[in-house]
Design a protein around this ligand. Structure first.
Ligand code: MLT
Length: 262
């Protein structure tokens, strides 16, 4: 599937994969802040933003295949850095396991390797049905806001919350349902973590209510050499809520990788 994407900047490529039910809009500050030094590529994953939203259940592996197809389309045969937030992290882990030669670095942000519990998967299915029946994603988006953002972001940066809510509401019920079902059936990738050989950073918002710092610590511990970075004044959307600190962390990681071998 040909994905819509935004692209900014010169130099080695960094691919950023958004969370659910977001779009490339969440990487605005990375496109400008990091895109002055690196080639930042931010696709809309299937079912989101301006990318196609076919009917039916998606899989995280399909989403990863779409990203690899985009790399091929862009002529990026050399390994790239892949960063994924939450659902984007599930996609990044699928790429790390299934396309290790395409990666030279991995950034896992506000995400986890474990699968859904049966209860969580059941809840996602109910939400998918609600969204399809109501033909509206607004109620879902509104219910997610307090869990996506830190309290401080909601209180002090309402315009940032509104901007992303609007991007989320732009998604279609079909795309949202497809992605919910993809997450519900995703495999547990915990055992894959020991096979990750590329430099890895794990980032988490200090107030992340969905994938809390304790989970991020366990994720970093399971990946050889991975460093954990806890971002202050941020919830589940650390790079969006505190872009100054998150971008500094990302740039330090990217600079530390050096230039790719041609
Ligand atoms: C996300 O931000 O992508 C979602 O919270 C992930 C999830 O629901 O598992």
């Amino acid at each position: 599937m040909r994905l819509a994407f935004a692209e900014e900047g010169p130099g080695p490529a960094v691919v950023l994969l958004h969370g659910f039910p977001l779009s490339r809009a969440m990487w605005k500050e990375q496109l400008t802040g990091i895109g002055s030094i690196y080639r930042v590529i931010a696709p809309d994953l299937r079912g989101h933003g301006d990318s196609p939203a076919p009917a039916g259940t998606y899989t995280i592996d399909e989403m990863a295949d779409d990203v690899v197809e985009l790399l091929d389309y862009l002529g990026l045969d050399e390994p790239v850095v892949v960063g994924g937030l939450s659902m984007g992290g599930y996609v990044a882990l699928s790429m790390a396991e299934r396309y290790p030669a395409r990666l030279r670095g991995l950034m896992l942000m506000d995400t986890r390797a474990a699968a859904d519990t049966p209860e969580a998967a059941q809840k996602r299915e109910e939400t998918a049905q609600d969204v399809l029946e109501s033909r509206n994603v607004r109620a879902l988006v509104e219910s997610m806001i307090p869990r996506l953002f830190a309290r401080k972001t909601i209180a002090q940066r309402p315009e940032r919350v509104a901007m992303l809510s609007e991007a989320m509401e732009h998604n279609t019920p079909r795309g949202v349902a497809g992605a919910l079902r993809a997450m519900a059936i995703r495999p547990d990738r915990s055992d894959d973590l020991a096979r990750i050989r590329v430099p890895t950073i794990v980032m988490v918002g200090e107030e992340d209510a969905i994938t809390p710092p304790s989970e991020a610590m366990a994720l970093a511990d399971a990946i050889a050499g991975a460093r954990l970075e806890v971002i202050a004044d941020a919830g589940h959307l650390a790079p969006y809520e505190n872009p100054a600190v998150a971008n500094a962390v990302i740039l330090r990681f990217l600079d530390g990788l050096g230039r790719p071998v041609a």
